[in-house]
Design a protein around this ligand. Structure first.
Ligand code: GLN
Length: 757
């Protein structure tokens, strides 16, 4: 052992002891962190503690669950396992797990996507399992391509690691196509028949930028896809889930190993796998076996399939995999069940739209009365930007009878606004006990669902554990309804959501949402939801036309056009389609049509915009240009922003995330001036954001813009109603005031935190 490694181990051991015995804190990261400081190659030096090699699990959703279940499966097969079970998935977490471990057979490590490039070259894992890639924490990563590039780099640095990837995810398959590592593909065979959500992350072929065709979609971008132009398609699967059955109380499917399906297209593994016999299809003694679980959710089918493949590659027999699933009792707040006051409580993590939509599907399977609570924080590990709440289909919950809804966390106000515009009236709640107390007066009881994002989860977990343990220690026969606040006023369900005024039979206000399938980053589509809601609540009929790529619309019939933000690739395709509408759009603006354009959509309004060194022609509606800053698209302006704008008395709050720097021509007015201690707006120097020209409002603010700035929404609506009056002869009506208490509270909360310098 070298002197450095010796010192690294010594400081790690000392800090572990100190954390445990002096500070009584878990030691999941810190010992590894200081050991890495002393010896940056500590992971490489300790990697062979796992005598049979290791498996690394990466992907946006499901890492911790898959890692733990995989470790359980190996243990069920009698192996000694090293694992960072708590989800400490940076290099420090991996190093800590290795430092704490004794001699073992197998290493199973969860890795953060962007940290794989650090850990994998040292660990040299036998297998890297790539579960999925969804938009998540875009303020940390920018656009999803960056994660892909980083994973490709990590795989390039470990050429002998076999990539085990989700073939149903075009973003994972695109990575597999870019690397020369041996590869094994897995996927779900048939259509699981789930209702589709509004926003999917990857609609375009990453090879040739064409819209992909889907034979079927499971959820998000996962499914059976094919590019009609270049033929990029779902690869053949070596391992498949077939005959999937999804029920409220559980799921089942068969695992099929099709020998050499994808291997034919890929070079064979350079090194022997953890267990050579299981991986080389020819001698697989169990090419097909059933699995079942008592938990539900389509995403768990993918998770369990990944576990099954990883375990089989490691030589674990199917019976041991099933035993691990049967015994799976997550104690980390992921799909964890509790019983409090006789009420069944389910706690789960959801930290991005795809994860949240899957949780909503779980809740929808419960047809009885229920309480749901959503807790959203915006700390470093969550991402500071919560725009993504608007990419979740909370609307699916709106029709549910006997639903009590709560919103909490640092961004509880934002959550409450989001639910409001989904048609769900919610109360603010401080934590799990508060939710239970406030909903306990409802005698119908029912299940309680607590869904939280990353840093909101541990406090709820601790609270529920304490409540459940206290009850287990002092059992009582008193039924739930009587234990809870007996003298509280009965409040059987939440107050009903506000109802729209009677809708008149005047011609509808027409909102055209252009290319929602391309320009849909950061919840920008929520602006349309807000506009439509605020029109309907006033008894004015409204029609939203979602014009997808390839479709057309006659703008002479529209009052308000909306363009959202988008990643570079999608933005470019959208801009090509918009250029075909250039004259119509110019006329629309001339004739006082209302145009709201966010970020990527805003950039396209200018004379030209620059994608790297490529000059892309813009619509020329506004005298402005957009360029990439030095350092390329990694140099982004990302932060909370607060503006002072002539169209609102209150400050305008939002979040920016863009690589482009926009410069307005002489005499062109911005939408507002930056008044916050954070954020930039149009570019690095001007301290102003966006543009205001006739009835055109362009801005970098996501959030979405209108959710927490109802004055801006009403300014746009007033202009749109005038346009409708001119178009149809219908008189322009005044906007009646609405109750904006929730929106204003959310606005104020941000002003307090990021207010003017
Ligand atoms: N792709 C554009 C940029 O990075 C716009 C991004 C966005 O819409 N947020 O500048």
């Amino acid at each position: 052992m070298g002197a450095r490694l010796f010192c690294a181990r010594a400081v790690a051991a000392l800090s572990t002891w100190g954390l445990k015995h002096v500070f009584h804190r878990p030691a999941a990261n810190f010992p590894g962190k200081i050991a890495l400081y002393v010896d940056p190659r500590v992971i490489a030096h300790l990697a062979d503690k796992a005598a049979e090699g290791s498996i690394v699990v990466v992907g946006t959703n499901g890492k911790t669950t898959v890692t733990n279940l995989l470790a359980d499966a190996f243990e069920a097969a009698g192996k000694r396992v090293i694992c960072n079970r708590t989800g400490a998935n940076l290099d420090s977490g991996v190093a800590t797990a290795l430092l704490h471990a004794g001699a073992a057979d197998v290493g199973v490590f969860e890795s953060d996507e962007l940290w794989l490039a650090k850990t994998a070259p040292q660990l040299k894992p036998r297998y890297i399992i790539l579960l999925n890639l969804f938009r998540d924490q875009l303020d940390r990563v920018g656009e999803i391509d960056r994660i892909q590039d980083s994973i490709v780099g990590a795989l390039g640095a470990t050429p002998s690691s076999t990539l085990v990837f989700n073939a149903d995810d075009p973003l994972c398959a695109a990575i597999a196509a870019r690397v020369s590592n041996p590869a094994i593909a897995f996927g779900v065979e048939g259509d699981m028949g789930l209702t589709q959500n509004t926003v999917a992350d990857a609609q375009m072929c990453q090879r040739c930028s064409t819209m992909m065709d889907y034979a079927f979609r499971q959820y998000g971008q996962l499914g059976e896809y094919r590019c009609p132009t270049c033929g990029f398609a779902r690869p053949a699967r070596d391992w498949s889930a077939t005959g999937v059955r999804l029920e409220a109380e559980g799921l089942s499917f068969s695992v099929e190993h099709v020998e050499g399906a994808a291997e034919q297209a890929q070079p064979a593994a350079a090194e022997a796998p953890v267990s050579a016999s299981a991986a080389s299809g020819a001698s697989d003694p169990a090419p097909s076996f059933p699995l079942h679980a008592s938990f539900s959710g389509a995403y768990m089918v993918y998770n369990l399939l990944a576990v099954a493949v990883g375990a089989r590659l490691g030589g674990v027999d199917p019976a041991a995999i099933q035993r691990a699933i049967d015994a799976f009792d997550p104690r980390n707040g992921r799909l964890q069940r509790f019983s409090v006051q006789g009420r069944p409580v389910l706690l789960n993590l959801a930290k991005n739209p795809t994860g949240f939509n899957q949780n909503i599907k779980i809740i929808l399977q419960d047809k009885g009365p229920k309480t749901v609570a959503f807790f959203i924080n915006d700390k470093e590990a969550d991402g500071h930007d919560v725009s993504w709440l608007w990419d979740i289909d909370f609307e699916e919950l709106a029709g549910q009878k006997e639903l009590r809804a709560f919103a909490g966390g640092i961004r509880g106000n934002d959550m409450q606004v989001r639910l409001k515009y989904a048609g769900i009236q919610s109360e603010l709640a401080q934590g799990a006990a508060d939710v239970l107390a406030k909903s306990a007066v409802d005698e119908r009881g029912g299940h309680v669902y607590l869904i939280a994002n990353y840093t909101a989860l541990p406090a709820l977990h601790a609270e529920l554990t304490r409540l459940a343990d206290a009850e287990a220690a002092a059992p009582t026969d008193v039924p739930a309804a009587e234990t809870a606040a007996p003298d509280a006023a009965p409040a059987p369900t939440s107050a009903p959501a506000p109802q729209p005024a009677a809708i008149s039979d005047e011609p509808p206000l027409v909102i055209a949402h252009l290319f929602p399938d391309l320009l849909n980053l950061y919840g920008d589509g929520g602006n349309v939801t807000v506009l439509a809601y605020r029109t309907r609540m006033r008894g004015i009929p409204v029609e939203v036309r979602r014009v997808k790529h390839g479709q057309s619309i006659n703008l002479a019939d529209a009052d308000l056009v909306f363009l959202g933000g988008g990643p570079d690739r999608e933005q470019r395709l959208a801009s090509e389609a918009l250029l075909h509408m250039k004259d119509d759009l110019a006329r629309f603006v001339e004739e006082n049509g209302v145009l709201l354009a966010i970020c990527g959509g805003y950039q396209i309004l200018g004379r030209e915009w620059l994608l790297g060194d490529d000059v892309v022609e813009g619509l020329g509606i506004i005298d402005m240009t957009t360029q990439r800053a030095e350092g390329g698209s990694g140099n982004r302006l990302i932060d909370n922003v607060i503006l002072r704008s002539p169209v609102a008395a209150r400050p305008v709050v939002g979040y920016e995330n863009h690589a482009g720097r926009t410069h307005l021509g002489a005499g062109v007015s911005p939408f507002g001036t930056v008044a916050s201690s954070t954020g930039h707006g149009n570019n690095d120097t001007d301290k102003s954001d966006g543009v205001l020209h006739r009835n055109v409002l362009g801005t970098y603010l996501h959030g979405p813009l209108l959710a927490k700035n109802p004055e801006v929404a009403d300014w746009l609506l007033a202009c749109a109603l005038e346009r409708r009056a001119a178009r149809t002869g219908q008189s322009a009506c005044a906007l009646t005031p609405l109750d904006d208490a929730a929106e204003e509270a959310a606005n104020e909360a941000l002003c307090r935190r990021f207010g003017a310098k």
